[in-house]
Design a protein around this ligand. Structure first.
Ligand code: COA
Length: 212
């Protein structure tokens, strides 16, 4: 059996809708062939994914990035940037991946003051900078703290990054301070309620099923 192309059968392919539509009398030459646009499956897929480091491999990648940036690159810490907050049960270690490759980190935890969270250890590996990973990491930390009933997030921000945080909606709360031996500024942002409930780590009832 011979396949009949749509245009030969007096049909044209509608490029806008991606469907086949009748356009001409049977036997008449097609006036115009409108090709279907190729479907690029990557359109609309963000290469950057931020999520809590949920397993040992993700935690190891998170710590390796922090070590590369804060110990080896910046020398903010001599041997290790680990501290007591890393062992807390309520700490959230976030890992950002770019097309599946570990690229950045941020850490957040409640300070103990009502509604207050602290964000720190924001780091993007040098090879991934200016690729819109740091911004999403900060926004992810803010949304995560808001989803966990936080009302304000604070951070000690390295002075050269003050404008970066201003652009993300943060405000400067005080004068330059020396923090871990480097000039920082205290900054903060108000938190809103949960946009995505699963970030809160609470059980969400969907119909009859209970999902996390
Ligand atoms: C600061 C840091 C996290 C930014 O990450 P990044 O992935 O490069 O940032 P993004 O690509 O998301 O930047 C978003 C925008 O902010 C701008 N930006 C980045 N760093 C900036 C800075 N220090 N000051 C002002 N603007 C900055 C980018 O140019 C970009 O602008 P655009 O949207 O017009 O293109 C990264 O440079 C880093 O890890 N630095 C070393 C560690 C560090 O300083 N950590 C922060 C401690 S407070």
């Amino acid at each position: 059996m011979t396949a009949v192309l749509p245009e030969r059968a007096g049909l044209a392919v509608d490029g806008r809708e991606g469907r086949v539509a009748a356009t001409a009398r049977p036997g008449a030459a097609p006036s115009r062939i409108r090709p279907v646009r190729p479907v690029n499956v990557l359109v609309g897929v963000d290469p950057v994914v931020c999520r809590p480091a949920a397993d040992a491999a993700a935690r190891a990648a998170h710590h390796a990035i922090r070590h590369a940036v804060f110990v080896e690159e910046q020398g903010v810490f001599a041997d290790s940037d680990l501290d007591a907050h890393d062992a807390r049960e309520d700490v959230v270690h976030v890992l950002a991946t770019h097309l599946g490759r570990p690229a950045g980190t941020v850490r957040l935890y409640p300070t103990g003051r009502p509604g207050e969270w602290l964000g720190d250890r924001l780091a993007v590996l040098p090879g991934f900078r200016s690729a819109a990973i740091g911004g999403p990491l900060v926004r992810f930390a803010v949304e995560t703290a808001g989803a966990r009933d936080g009302s304000r997030m604070r951070a000690h921000v390295q002075l050269p990054n003050e404008r970066f945080f201003h652009r993300l909606g943060w405000t400067t709360d005080g004068p330059v301070e020396t923090y871990v031996g480097h000039p920082h500024v205290p900054m903060s942002i108000p938190l809103v309620g949960p946009v995505t409930p699963w970030l809160a780590g609470r059980r969400v009832r969907v119909g009859a099923a209970v999902q996390r």
